[in-house]
Design a protein around this ligand. Structure first.
Ligand code: G3I
Length: 347
C-alpha cells in the first residue's frame, strides 16, 4: 500500500470510528495513528525539557513520534548565562545526548531574545566594546558547543513589534543598535557554525498581518545587509477561536522570499471559542489547515514542523489554564482528534 493510501486508510478509519461514537454519553473511540514522523514528508519536531526525559513514557512517545527536538528553555540565556557571566550547559547537553542516542535532529532555541536580558549582560559596564565582546563570546560559545549536531538555530526571537511598528526595544538593541544587534547575532552564529540553518523566529504572524509584513521586511533588510539568514520561523501559537484561512495565508506569504520555513512552536489553546466540543473541533481544523499549508510548500522550503510539546500534560499553556489541552496528544500520550486531523492535512 503506498504511503498516501496507508495514511488515508488510517485517518479514514480513525475519523469514522470517532464519528460512530459521537453519542453524548460515549467516550470518544481511541484513535489509532501511525507515528507522525513516518507519514510526514518533512521533519516533525517537538519541544522538550531535560527533566521531561526522565519520564520513560514521554521519552518513548518522543522517539516514536518525532525526528527533531527543540529544548524548551535550556538553550536560552535564562538557563545558560549565570549571574557571574559563566555558562551552564548540563540541561542542553542532556537533550543533545538524548537526540544523538536516538538519531533525532537538534534545533537550537534561542540565542537572542528581548525577553531575556540576563543580569550578567545588563550589569556589563557602559563600554560598547566590552558588551559587544560579551555578546559575540556568548553566541560563539553556545553555537560552537553544538556545532555539527544542531541543524539550525533561532538566532533572534520575537524582535518585531506586535503592531508591525518596527524592531522591539531591548537591551541588545539599546547597546548594539536595533538592526546591528540582529546582523551581528547572525554573523556570530555563522562564525561558530558554518552549516547550521539560521532562523529569524516570531509569533502572531498568522493573526497579525501588519506584524508579518514587518517581519518579512526585516528579513529582506537582513538579506540585503548580507546577514546569513537561512530561514523563517513562525511560532504558530494559536487559539481555537482563530479564524480559518489565516495559517494558509501566512505560510504562503512567508514562503514568498523562497527561504526554508519552520513552523516552530505550534499549539492551539482551548482558552476561547465556544463549548469544549466546539473548541476541540476548531482545534482539529486549525491543525489540519497547518498541515495542508505546510505540505503545499516545495520540499526545499519544508525545514520542519515543530509542535510546542507532544502531550497536553507538559504544555506551558497549562500554567495559565490547567484545563487547556493545546497539543496533539492528551495528558496520557494518546492521539487526539487534532492528531488525526493533522495527519489528514498531510494529504
Ligand atoms: O524548571 C525550573 C524549576 O526547576 C525552577 O524552580 C523554576 C524557577 O523559576 O524555573 C523552572 O524553569 C522554568 C522553565 O520554563 C521550565 O518550566 C523557567 O523558569 C521558565 O522561564 C521557562 O518558561 C519557558 C518560557 O518560554 C521562557 O523561557 C516555557 O517553558 C516555554 O514554553 C516558553 O516558550 C516560549 C518560546 O521560547 C518562545 N515563543 C513563546 C513560547 C511560549 O512562551
Amino acid at each position: 500500500m503506498s504511503p498516501g493510501l496507508h495514511r488515508r486508510a488510517f485517518v479514514g478509519s480513525a475519523l469514522a470510528l470517532g464519528a460512530c461514537n459521537r453519542r453524548a454519553d460515549a467516550q470518544p473511540a481511541p484513535i489509532s495513528l501511525p507515528p507522525l514522523k513516518s507519514i510526514a514528508r518533512f521533519p516533525v519536531g517537538a519541544c522538550i525539557q531535560a527533566v521531561h526525559l526522565q519520564d520513560p513514557e514521554l521519552a518513548r512517545l518522543v522517539v516514536e513520534q518525532v525526528s527533531q527536538l527543540t529544548p524548551e528553555w535550556e538553550m536560552k540565556m535564562e538557563y545558560i548565562c549565570q549571574p557571574d557571566g559563566s555558562f551552564r550547559f548540563d540541561g542542553p547537553d542532556q537533550i543533545a545526548a538524548f537526540a544523538r542516542t536516538h538519531g533525532l535532529r537538534l534545533f537550537g532555541h534561542t540565542l537572542v531574545w528581548y525577553d531575556q536580558p540576563p543580569g550578567a549582560f545588563a550589569n556589563l559596564d557602559e563600554s560598547r566594546v566590552r558588551f559587544a565582546d560579551a555578546y559575540r563570546n556568548y553566541i560563539l560559545a553556545v553555537v560552537g558547543r553544538y556545532r555539527g549536531q544542531a541543524v539550525g538555530w533561532d538566532v533572534v526571537n520575537e524582535t518585531v513589534e506586535d503592531d508591525g511598528g518596527g524592531i522591539r526595544d531591548s537591551l541588545w538593541a539599546r547597546r548594539l543598535g536595533k538592526l546591528e544587534h540582529i546582523v551581528l547575532a547572525f554573523q556570530h552564529a555563522r562564525e561558530a557554525d558554518p552549516d547550521a540553518v539560521l532562523f529569524l523566529n516570531d509569533f502572531f504572524l498568522e493573526t497579525h498581518p501588519e506584524k508579518r509584513r514587518a517581519f518579512l521586511k526585516l528579513a529582506e533588510t537582513l538579506l540585503k545587509a548580507g546577514a546569513p539568514l537561512g530561514g523563517l520561523g513562525t511560532q504558530t501559537h494559536l487559539a481555537a477561536g482563530d479564524q480559518k484561512g489565516l495559517i494558509k495565508a501566512a505560510i504562503a506569504d512567508l514562503a514568498s522570499l523562497g527561504l526554508p520555513i519552520h513552523i516552530s512552536e505550534m499549539d492551539v489553546s482551548l482558552q476561547e471559542g465556544g463549548s469544549r466540543a466546539e473548541r476541540l473541533t476548531r482545534q482539529a481544523d486549525l491543525y489540519r489547515e497547518a498541515a495542508e499549508a505546510y505540505s503545499a510548500l516545495p520540499a526545499r522550503q519544508q525545514f520542519a514542523f515543530t509542535m510546542w510539546g507532544l502531550r497536553d500534560r507538559e504544555s506551558w499553556r497549562k500554567r495559565e489554564d490547567a484545563s487547556d489541552a493545546p497539543l496533539l496528544f492528551d495528558v496520557n500520550g494518546r492521539p487526539k482528534a487534532a492528531a488525526a486531523a493533522w495527519v489528514q492535512g498531510l494529504g
